[in-house]
Every structure is written in structure tokens, then in C-alpha cells.
Unconditional design. Structure first.
Length: 408
């Protein structure tokens, strides 16, 4: 008897509405009102078990002078280099970060901290970018912090940092252009409202999106030399442990956006490559994880009453053909036991409008979601992933069983 294919419609198209609430940039205020003598401010030791390798004293002094805060307490600081994004003769490093809590500061900064002056958070991020190429490049202005459970995002604010240290001021003065052999080194100073600060401490993690580096005067994402990346900055020792653990998982949106907790069930790391019409598709590996969404994301997975299992594949596509592909629309189908199938979940993948030109190679993650009950039913059966490619006109290139990979 022929087996009947069934589409698991409980896929996260159930994810009720858009993936995230609309992010809003914090307003900046003019700090030109009358300046009073700075009040005494104290700085406590970092609560991190490891001290930062960066001397934060100059930045702390600048914060004290700007905010006129009664107290300035360091809550957590990083240890060593946080992230190295260097690529193609561009050195780009997140050298370190520190999180502070300020109390009873000047009314000049009430807007940045939610229309009050009793308490606020400040995230300092030390950034270095050096252009070792022979062409000028542009530095993006999109670096910001996100906190799970808070609908707004928080951006660099030059008003609360001295001009000689401010990343924002240095890049703006240069019109965001980095000439050959030029280096920008500065500190991003991000003001955080009290409710968001408490949430960041509760979560143990702040998500930080880095700047892009692009060709001079270009805002076209397809010409970006270094793309923005969302990285996790711990705000406590527990958060540090979670951020470290997250590095063992593929960086789909469930991981990068800190949507919940992953627990590895199985991992397949043997690469498989198939070719169709001179296009090489490689699945470098697949992770099957038990996923427990956090409180803010739980409603998106509520149809999975007995729990959620995610299947994420690391996919690389190399275009050896003469036609351009719509890389951003690449999709997949996961078939279990030759009978039950589900489509990939775009809401758990990083969206892009990029194309894949002849000769180019790019990497992505395909993510599939199922109920834990379904996984238990089929966990010892076959798992086959088919990758679907699209041309520049969004037409499907492979229409049969081509580019199918047996995972187990």
C-alpha cells in the first residue's frame, strides 16, 4: 500500500503574527541645559568572577561627569576579546563591554532613561575597526542592543560619553567613512531604561547587533564586506554560562535571538554534497534539539502542547552555473519515514534578500519544527532533507527529488 504524504500544518506558521514587536530607537535629548557641579559618584567592583582586561576608568569618569550621577555601579564586565569579525583586510573587533547602573542623575538625561532620573542602565562596548585595504569603506550606524522581553531597542548615545572616547562621535565626524589604513577606536555608550535593565539582569544576557562594514557610500546589503551579527553579551555569571553553552549550537534565530533554551538530542557532523545544474549544495551538519521557549516566546509554540523539537541544518550553496539565484528564498522540506513531511520555518531563520551570483558561495541555516510527540514517534525512522533552489525570477529550479540528503 502506498504511503500517504502528510503536511504537518502545526509547523510554526502557528507563530502568531510577526516574529518580533517593532523595534524603536530611543530618542536622544539635547544636553545643553545649564550644567551644575557633578555630584560625588562611586563605582563598585564588577560582580563578574573575572575582571575585564579593559581599563574602564576613563569611560567611567566620563559617565560621571556627563550624568552627574549620585552613584555609578558596575554590574558586570567582560573578560578578554568578545568577538573578532575581521574579514577581507578589515579588522573589526569587539574588545570588551561593561554594564553599569546609575542612580539619581541629571534631569538633562531623563528622556534617554524613560522620562525619569532615579535609575538607569548603561552598556559600554569597546569597538575597534581598522581599514587595511586600499579603498575607503563605510561603517554602519545600526549597532544596537536588544533585550528579550522588551519591545524597543537601544542605540549608541553620544550625549552620555565624552567626545574623545565616543564611537558615535568619532564615526560621525568622519561621516562614517574609514579611509585606507585608518582606524576607529571608541566606546559605544547605550542608555537603558530601568525596566529594560531589570529584564537584562533577569535574562542574564543582552543581545548586541554589530555594525556593518560596506563599500564607501553604499547602503546595499549585497555589497557589505562585513555583515551585522547579533552576539550575546552576558550580564551575570549565569548568563555567561548560558552564552558559552549557546556557542555549541547552530546560530539560527532561536539561538542568536535568545528565544529559549536548547538541549542537544542528536548531532550529525558528516558533510554531504549534491550537485544539480552546476550548483553544489552541501549540508555540513544537522542538529536535533529539544527547545524550551522562554516566557516571551512561549505563545509562538503553544500548538506544540507536549514540547518542541527543532531540526537545524547548516547549508552551503556554491553557484558554479551561469545563472543568478535567489539565495534568500532557498527553502527546504524534511520528510520523516518517507511519509510525513514539513516545510522549513522562516520565522526561525535569518531573513535575507540576497542573491547568489555565478561563482559565489554562501551559507545559511534551514530550520524545521515539530512537536516532541511527533519526534518521539519518528525518531528512529528516516529523516530526509530536500533543499529547493530558486532562480532570479523566483521560479523553482529543482522540481523533483534532486538535492535530497538522508540525515539518518
Amino acid at each position: 500500500m502506498n504511503k500517504r504524504s502528510i503536511l504537518l500544518s502545526a509547523s510554526i506558521l502557528l507563530l502568531m503574527g510577526p516574529g518580533f514587536a517593532t523595534a524603536q530607537e530611543l530618542s536622544k535629548t539635547d544636553s545643553s541645559s545649564e550644567t551644575s557641579q557633578a555630584a560625588d559618584a562611586t563605582t563598585s567592583e564588577s560582580s563578574s568572577t573575572e575582571s575585564s582586561t579593559i581599563d574602564w576608568a576613563p569611560a567611567e569618569a566620563a559617565l560621571k561627569e556627563k550624568l552627574e550621577a549620585k552613584e555609578l555601579n558596575q554590574l558586570f564586565s567582560s573578560e578578554g576579546l568578545v568577538e573578532d569579525l575581521s574579514k577581507d583586510n578589515i579588522d573589526y573587533k569587539i574588545n570588551g563591554y561593561a554594564l553599569y547602573e546609575a542612580t539619581e542623575f541629571s534631569k538633562d538625561f531623563s528622556i534617554q532613561f524613560g522620562d525619569q532620573t532615579d535609575k538607569g542602565g548603561i552598556l559600554l562596548v569597546d569597538v575597534t575597526v581598522k581599514n587595511n585595504s586600499d579603498k575607503p569603506v563605510s561603517t554602519g550606524v545600526n549597532g544596537h542592543a536588544e533585550i528579550t522581553g522588551i519591545d524597543t531597542y537601544f542605540t549608541d548615545n553620544s550625549d552620555i560619553m565624552s567626545d574623545d572616547l565616543s564611537w558615535f562621535r568619532k564615526t560621525m565626524d568622519a561621516q562614517n567613512v574609514l579611509e585606507p589604513n585608518q582606524e576607529f577606536h571608541g566606546i559605544m555608550a547605550i542608555a537603558i531604561k530601568p525596566d529594560a535593565l531589570e529584564k537584562a539582569k533577569e535574562n542574564g544576557i543582552i543581545n548586541f547587533e554589530t555594525h556593518y562594514i560596506n563599500e564607501k557610500d553604499s547602503t546595499d546589503p549585497t555589497t557589505e564586506i562585513i555583515k551585522p551579527k547579533l552576539i550575546q553579551l552576558a550580564t551575570s555569571s549565569q548568563g555567561q554560562e548560558a552564552a558559552t553553552a549557546a556557542k555549541s549550537f547552530y546560530e539560527d534565530k532561536a539561538t542568536s535571538d535568545n528565544m529559549g533554551t536548547k538541549t542537544m538530542i542528536k548531532e550529525y557532523s558528516k558533510p554531504q554534497t549534491d550537485t544539480f545544474e552546476d550548483i553544489d549544495v552541501t549540508i555540513n551538519g544537522t542538529q536535533i534539539v529539544d527547545f524550551e521557549p522562554n516566557e516571551e516566546e512561549a505563545a509562538r509554540f503553544e500548538n506544540f502542547k507536549d514540547g518542541t523539537v527543532l531540526v537545524t541544518s547548516d547549508v552551503v550553496i556554491k553557484n558554479n552555473s551561469e545563472k543568478e539565484l535567489q539565495f534568500g528564498t532557498t527553502s527546504g522540506k524534511l520528510t520523516l519515514n518517507d511519509s510525513v513531511y514539513m516545510l522549513n520555518e522562516g520565522m526561525l531563520q535569518h531573513s535575507t534578500t540576497e542573491t547568489l551570483k555565478p561563482g559565489e558561495e554562501k551559507q545559511m541555516y534551514l530550520v524545521f519544527a515539530m512537536s516532541k510527540d511527533d519526534y518521539e514517534l519518528y525518531k528512529d525512522r528516516s529523516f530526509v532533507i530536500q533543499v529547493n533552489l530558486y532562480d532570479k525570477e523566483f521560479a523553482t529550479i529543482n522540481t523533483g527529488d534532486e538535492l535530497s540528503f538522508t540525515i539518518q
